[in-house]
Design a protein around this ligand. Structure first.
Ligand code: CP
Length: 315
């Protein structure tokens, strides 16, 4: 494919291709390779209309390690603040002929729309409540490295499923790879119709966590609750926060994941998050660089092929 807009467009083979290449970017100390020239001569522009620490930093690092010229647009100080639309901003940047645009936006579907207007490859770095495909891919790589496989596992995704693009992308990816997915959330934070995705739905942590291989916690996204019901943090932690007592229902060797940023004492007990025998949260961040290198490397190859074909057609 030309773009990476969501997991929904990927086949199991596409997913394996990304994970296999990402694995090659990880050395035995889990440090990603320092430098290649896979993106030499190419320009990558990062446009983050929503805040980010991990995703933006790792896309920047990944691009630099692949030898691209990387530009981070400071969207807070751009002409968007003067009323310029997303599409006009994209067309303006398109006129500077970037090869890769990495975009995060608060509205679901905004990145798909933008991809229809530009000539380069577009990567969705998170759009509203829709998808966050590179997060699901880095989660899959982390699981595969920890468990030795990314199929036939029981994965519990717990917390604010309703507002989570991470949950949606993971649900799609884990389903495509034939895993058993359980969603655990209070009824007010569970979207309707999720059972159509072939997952099991729970509102009780202990029932949902029983014998899970992987426990994936989600942040309580109060900023997306706009006026709706916001649970008290204390009550939420009591019922849905991951602590040692609830984790004991999962398998003895279950791993604990969180995409970050994390609210300690709200969705996860700090001691669980820091437990090096159970938590793989730092490994997820490490795998983020490798996965983003792999995604950009593969899209750049496709872009070169497309351009080569277009050139051959012209002559
Ligand atoms: N996991 C994730 O997307 O984190 P950031 O919002 O910090 O990029």
């Amino acid at each position: 494919p030309r773009h990476l807009l969501g997991i929904e467009h990927l086949s199991p083979e596409d997913i394996r291709t990304v994970l296999d290449l990402a694995d090659q970017y990880v050395d035995f100390n889990r440090r990603t390779v320092k430098k290649t020239d896979a993106l030499a001569g190419m320009t990558q522009i990062n446009m983050f209309f929503e805040n980010s620490t991990r995703t933006q930093a790792s896309f920047e690092l990944a691009g630099k390690r692949l030898g691209a010229d990387v530009m981070n647009m400071a969207m807070q100080t751009s002409s968007v603040k003067k009323g310029e639309t997303l599409i006009d901003t994209a067309l303006t940047l398109n006129a500077m002929h970037p090869d890769l645009l990495v975009v995060r936006h608060g509205s679901s579907g905004a990145v798909d729309l933008l991809a229809q207007k530009v000539e380069c490859a577009v990567i969705n770095a998170g759009d509203g409540k829709h998808e966050h495909p590179t997060q699901a891919l880095l989660d899959a790589l982390t699981i595969r490295r920890e468990k030795g496989r990314i199929h036939r596992l029981t994965v519990a995704i717990c917390g604010d499923v309703a507002h989570s693009r991470v949950a949606r992308s993971n649900l799609l990816l884990l389903g495509k790879m034939e895993n058993r997915v359980r969603l655990i959330a209070p009824p007010t934070l569970m979207p309707s119709g999720v059972a159509e995705f072939g997952c099991e739905v729970y509102d009780d942590m202990r029932e949902g966590l029983k014998d899970a291989d992987v426990v994936m916690m989600l942040r309580l996204q109060k900023e997306r609750m706009d006026g709706g019901f916001i649970p008290s943090e204390r009550e939420y932690f009591h019922r849905y926060g991951l602590d040692a007592e609830k984790l004991a229902y999962a398998k003895e060797d279950a791993i604990v994941m969180h995409p970050g940023p994390m609210n300690r004492g709200v969705e996860i007990d700090g001691t669980i998050a820091d437990d090096i025998h159970r938590s793989v949260i730092q490994e997820q961040v490490e795998m983020g660089v490798a996965v983003r290198m792999a995604v950009m490397d593969l899209l750049a190859r496709n872009l070169r092929e497309d351009r080569g074909r277009a050139l051959a057609g012209e002559t």
